[in-house]
Design a protein around this ligand. Structure first.
Ligand code: ADP
Length: 257
């Protein structure tokens, strides 16, 4: 009886051990799968610009007697795809660093209204060229944050707002100061996001309207980076959108981290 009891005890412990080990491995397996998917998606995204650059360069070599003007279309395409690849690599590096916790924010007091004012001014010429009006209204507000990362965040949001708003549209940027937090709204009168796409826009490589986003040179990584920056500031980011009439991003930052 004693032997059977001991054997049953050992078997039970082994089974429990396997069960616990299996459970403990689930998050590791999930994160491994996520990484695998990230590498596969990244490679897939890099393949397109690489293929365009290669084939267009080969074409140039086929007609060494052609002038630059004659080949301007091919050269322009090579330049465009090289720029796209550069952007993609920058974004991929940023996300890889956030995944391995190598990217940290360096905080200091940031006058958010001044930062937003500067970025708005940077975008004004581009907006004017596309006949889009930018309206801004900033209450003085200071938060504890990383100046460079916050700039990167608002550039991503304004860049998208411009990209997805047709001529004669408008973009509204506001900053509202409360006792413990600051709320920033980035609202555009653009094409909006369909209800099917809306829950996915913060996912890596997700592009709503595939063809348009691709021709606009997007990487599908902007909003993933934007979300990481907001979370690193212990803030929140929400998007609401009406297809055909516009999109609004609402961000709330605590004043102290
Ligand atoms: P992308 O490089 O394609 O802009 P993002 O991660 O920044 O990638 O955005 C993901 C997708 O979310 C975009 O492809 C687009 O479909 C949608 N999106 C983001 N911002 C807007 C906006 N202001 N108006 C309409 N759609 C938007």
């Amino acid at each position: 009886d004693l032997v059977i009891g001991c054997a049953a005890g050992v078997l039970f412990s082994v089974l429990i051990g396997f069960f616990l080990a299996g459970h403990a491995l689930v998050p590791i397996r999930r994160s491994w799968n996520k990484q695998q998917q990230f590498v596969a998606d990244a490679s897939h995204e890099l393949r397109t610009p690489t293929a365009v650059i290669l084939t267009r360069t080969e074409l140039l070599f086929r007609h060494p007697q052609h002038t630059i003007e004659e080949e301007s279309q091919n050269i322009a395409l090579i330049l465009k795809e090289s720029k796209r690849m550069g952007r993609l690599i920058d974004d991929l590096l940023t996300l890889a660093r956030t995944d391995s916790n190598q990217l940290q924010i360096h905080t200091a007091p940031v006058p958010l209204h001044l930062l937003l004012q500067e970025i708005t001014e940077q975008f004004e010429l581009l907006a004017e060229m596309r006949s889009i009006q930018i309206h801004s209204q900033f209450q003085p507000a200071e938060i504890e944050g990383d100046d460079n990362r916050l700039r990167q965040l608002f550039i991503i949001l304004l860049d998208n707002a411009l990209k997805f708003t047709p001529p004669n549209g408008s973009i509204k940027l506001t900053c509202h100061n409360s006792p413990h937090s600051v709320r920033v709204l980035v609202k555009d009168s653009g094409c909006g996001i369909s209800p099917d796409d809306l829950p996915h826009v913060f996912e890596r490589f997700y592009r709503g309207d595939k063809s348009r986003s691709r021709t606009e040179g997007g990487t599908g990584l902007g909003l993933s980076i934007a979300e990481w920056i907001v979370l690193a500031h212990k803030g929140t980011i929400h998007v609401t959108s009406q297809e055909g009439s516009g999109t609004e991003f609402q961000l709330i930052f605590p004043k102290k981290l």
